[in-house]
Structures are given as C-alpha cells and as structure tokens.
Design a protein around this ligand. Structure first.
Ligand SMILES: NC(=O)C1=CN([C@@H]2O[C@H](COP(=O)(O)OP(=O)(O)OC[C@H]3O[C@@H](n4cnc5c(N)ncnc54)[C@H](OP(=O)(O)O)[C@@H]3O)[C@@H](O)[C@H]2O)C=CC1
Ligand SMILES: O=C(O)C1=N[C@H](C(=O)O)C[C@H](O)C1
Length: 254
C-alpha cells in the first residue's frame, strides 16, 4: 500500500518504521516546510495519508487531504471541540474518508471496553465516586488528553450518576498545580500531569469509604500507537466514511 505521512515528529517517524516493516511504501512526507506537496502527484498517489501533527493545524491538513482526494487516518488530538461536527458531516454526507482515534493502541481499546463495563457495574454501587488522571510528556500541547476525553465519554454513557466531565487539577512540568480538585456529584474530574518524557498513562479510580479500585493503561513507548495507526490505514484503504476503532475491533460496539 502507498502511504503518505503528514507530520514527521515522534509519531510520524514511529509510523514510518512500522509501515515499512509491514511492506508498505512511503510515497510522501509532509512537514511544516513543504506544504506545497499536498498538491504533488506523489501525495495524490497515496492510498491513505496518516496525519499526526497538533491541535492547531490538524483541521487544515484534513481539508487539504480531502481536496487532494486522498483517504485519511489521523491521531491528532485537541481539535474535536472546534471542528468535530463539521469533519464528521464531511465524512458521513460529503463523501470524504477519515479514520480518527484519540488513541490507536490496541491496549487502550481493551482498556476502553473494561472502562465501560466497570462504569456499568458501578450503577449498582453508589458508594463509589470516580475520577480520572492522565500523565504525559512535557511537550504535549493539549489537556486533558484526547484519550482521557474518550474514556470519560465512555463513563458518562454508562454510569447514570455522572452527567459531564470537567477539568480538575493541572500539574505543570515544574510541579506547580493549578485548577481545582473540587466538583459536584454529577461531574467527573480529569486531572492532568505533565512530566518528563512519559508516553501516556491513563488511570480511572473509584473510591468508597472502604476501598478503592483503580484501572490503569501505561504506554511503555509509542510503538503501540504506531502499529494501531498502520492497521487503521490498512482498514481505511478498503473502507469509506467516518471510521473509528470500533470498525477495526467490533468488540468495542458491545
Ligand atoms: N491517537 C493516538 O494514538 C496518538 C495521538 N497523538 C497525538 O498526535 C499528535 C502528534 O504527536 P507527536 O508525533 O508526538 O508530536 P510531535 O510534535 O513530535 O510531531 C508533530 C509533527 O508535526 C509537524 N507539524 C506541525 N505543523 C505541521 C503542518 N501544518 N503540517 C505538517 N506537519 C506539521 C511538527 O513540526 P514542528 O515540530 O516543526 O512544529 C512535528 O514534526 C498530537 O496531537 C498527539 O496528541 C500522539 C500519540 C498517539
Ligand atoms: O500527545 C501524546 O503523546 C498522546 N496523545 C494522545 C492523547 O491525547 O490521548 C494519545 C496518547 O496518550 C499520547
């Protein structure tokens, strides 16, 4: 399969390695300095483009890729609140194709299913309150992480006593803490920590007077994200529209 990469940072480089190891060809690499390549024959020859950039530029990259008539996989986070509805409509009604996930790691898909199941069980146990924390490297531009927001949505869909997620505390790389740990009973707080080069840790904690139950996904490196993105590209080459991890792993639909 012919793959174009948009964004050649930590994820772009990891994806290149996995794609080559699975026999794919990288036909174009677009970074900040060669934006004109969106119009090149090489870029347009790609079966799928894989985009990992940042919250500010992701939407523009999607529009340029759609314009070039190339199918897209993207893991960029932090753009959904502003552009999510429009991009989804372009894919459900406008004939464009985007496979997006806040987290392509296979482990996070499993974790997400466990998270929803646990939230459903907790409807029977009102003594437990729930909160979430996410820890990432100091270069991360968005907070809470896209994965934390997706996991929070999974809890809100399944735990009747929670109506919305809210930003809790934010611990900056220098250790200073802003925000507040206070919230109302119907709110699910997400606390964010930025430290070192952490690839990504997500923890969901249920606390009662008697005990606590915590589930955690801890990415050891970026290979899991990259493998998932390449698997998604292989799927996207043969499918159309608004695609996501539940298309790749039907157990996520249960
Ligand atoms: N869904 C998932 O599984 C995962 C998602 N992510 C998300 O992916 C995104 C990227 O992460 P990561 O690779 O770690 O970040 P990096 O900062 O390492 O890489 C992003 C790259 O995109 C480049 N870039 C900036 N603007 C443009 C542009 N307009 N067109 C093309 N390239 C551009 C940057 O260049 P420069 O440095 O010169 O600005 C940089 O090389 C983030 O939003 C992150 O949250 C990350 C890991 C997993
Ligand atoms: O910025 C990152 O690094 C990551 N971003 C994604 C997110 O916002 O959830 C996925 C992963 O946690 C790494």
């Amino acid at each position: 399969m012919k793959i174009a990469l948009i964004g050649y940072g930590k994820m772009g480089k990891e994806i290149e390695k996995i794609a080559l190891s699975r026999g794919h060809e990288i036909v174009s690499i677009i970074d900040v300095d060669n934006q004109e390549d969106f119009e090149s024959a090489a870029f347009k020859s790609a079966d799928v483009a894989i985009e990992f950039t940042n919250p500010m530029v992701a939407y523009n990259n999607y529009m340029k890729t759609f314009q070039a008539g190339v199918k897209l996989v993207s893991g960029s986070t932090g753009w959904m609140a502003e552009h999510g509805d429009e991009v989804k409509k372009l894919c459900t009604e406008g004939g464009k194709t985007l496979f997006w996930s806040s987290n392509f790691s296979l482990g996070v898909s499993i974790f997400s299913a466990v998270n929803k199941y646990l939230a459903k069980i907790m409807n029977q146990f009102p003594a437990y309150d729930v909160r979430m924390s996410e820890t990432h490297h100091i270069h991360k531009m968005d907070a809470p992480s896209g994965t934390a927001i997706t996991l929070a949505e999974g809890i809100l869909e399944n735990l009747d006593r929670k109506d919305k997620w809210v930003e809790g505390t934010f611990q900056a790389p220098d250790g200073t803490v802003s925000g507040s740990a206070e919230c109302t009973a119907d709110e699910l707080p997400i606390n964010s920590i930025r430290e070192g080069e952490v690839p990504g840790i997500h923890s969901i904690r249920y606390d009662s007077e008697a005990d606590s139950i915590t589930i955690t996904h801890d990415a050891k490196n970026r290979r899991g994200f990259a493998l998932g993105a390449v698997l998604a590209a292989e799927y996207t080459a043969k499918h159309e529209g608004a695609l996501g991890m539940s298309d790749l792993f039907p157990f996520l639909k249960d």
